[in-house]
Design a protein around this ligand. Structure first.
Ligand code: FAD
Length: 316
């Protein structure tokens, strides 16, 4: 078995790209070539013979798509709504690992993504696994995806032919299916900053919650990100593992947002909290599978929605 695997790996044509241009060129010159980032999904598929790549372009040494940076912090519309310039946007490179998402500087900007990153796998997986790989796999259980959905993230793509940007909802087209075309690389994502970077309060930060069959090293049975966006005064929610693609319970968002006090932490009416939870649960379309039942998944997202709202805004 191991010998066979070693043989398969030897048969692969592996190119290690150092720049984005080089990665795009390598992909363009070989239509069979596949992108390898941290390998935490890719190599599992190779090991289980679900994937037999003939050629690989390894991108983990491409520094241009590593790390994160603030964009449009002062002035300028920033391309993500009229208020984006006031708050800025955050560019997250595709090669950013979960370990990097857990650093204090990043956590201060987008704590919900840090919370999601901390729930992923083991330290080894978090050191190697990337946000680009989570998007590339597009599993309904991908833990960054509810956060990115709640933030209406733009997915940034590049190939030898040029660049394009897709809304996350257009990028993920089904379970483990994306709009990524042959020769394209995910270079990163762009999300709005949900509170001014100098904010003294922590309203608008957000929560990520996940239910699994155990506490660690677990694929999500249901996941939820709730982000209270100061810039548009709206509670935005992303649901994971409860449909083929990440879900936005928009009716629930529209119902609760005007009922909240956006200036200060206000105590919520428990009846409103309950109704919000029920509305979020109704937006899910889960399935029964080996990890859980549809009934439990729907119940879990309702409970997580209430919990995340109360943690963010407080309750009577
Ligand atoms: C033990 C274990 C535990 C795990 N636990 C979790 C968990 O708790 N939560 C979770 O969400 N995931 C989990 N995963 C899955 C995996 O770690 C993540 O999905 C991770 O983000 C994949 O990133 P990667 O860099 O390793 O991607 P890779 O494995 O290198 O690639 C994954 C896919 O994305 C494509 N790809 C990668 N980067 C790019 C890019 N920049 N452009 C275009 N295509 C690209 C690849 O071609 C491939 O199809 C786990 C995996 C393992 C093995």
């Amino acid at each position: 078995m191991l010998a066979e695997l070693a043989g398969a790996l030897r048969a692969m044509n592996v190119k290690v790209a150092r720049t984005l241009d080089e990665a795009c060129e390598r992909l363009a010159e070989n239509p069979e070539a596949e992108v390898l980032a941290g390998g935490t999904d890719f190599m599992v598929e190779v090991n289980y013979r679900h994937r037999s790549p003939k050629a690989v372009v390894a991108i983990s040494a491409v520094r241009e798509i590593a790390g994160w940076r603030l964009e449009n912090e002062s002035g300028g519309a920033g391309g993500m709504g009229a208020d984006a310039g006031r708050y800025g946007t955050l560019w997250i490179g595709a090669n950013m690992t979960y370990t990097e998402m857990a650093t204090p500087a990043f956590e201060g900007l987008l704590p919900s993504l840090t919370q999601a990153a901390r729930t992923v796998g083991s330290p080894q997986i978090r050191n190697a696994g990337t946000i680009g790989g989570n998007l590339g796999t597009a599993s309904p259980a991908g833990d960054t995806l509810p956060v990115l959905a709640a933030l209406d993230a733009e997915v940034l793509l590049r190939s030898a032919d040029g660049s394009r940007e897709l809304a996350l909802s257009d990028f993920i087209t089904g379970p483990k299916q994306t709009a990524l075309q042959q020769g394209e690389i995910i270079t990163g994502v762009r999300v709005p900053l949900v509170a001014p970077t100098d904010a003294s309060n922590d309203i608008g930060r957000g929560e990520f919650l996940k239910v699994g069959t155990r506490n660690a090293m677990v694929i999500s049975v249901a996941g939820l990100a709730l982000i209270a966006r100061h810039d548009i005064q709206r509670v935005c929610v992303g649901l994971g593992s409860v449909a083929a693609v990440p879900v936005r319970p928009t009716e629930a968002e529209e119902w609760i947002s005007p009922r909240l006090d956006w200036q200060q932490r206000s105590l919520l009416d428990p009846v409103d909290v309950e109704t919000f939870g029920e509305m979020v649960a109704q937006a899910a379309s889960p399935i029964d599978d080996h990890r859980s039942t549809a009934v439990y998944r729907r119940h879990a997202v309702g409970v997580m929605a209430k919990r995340a709202l109360v943690r963010t805004f407080g309750s009577n």
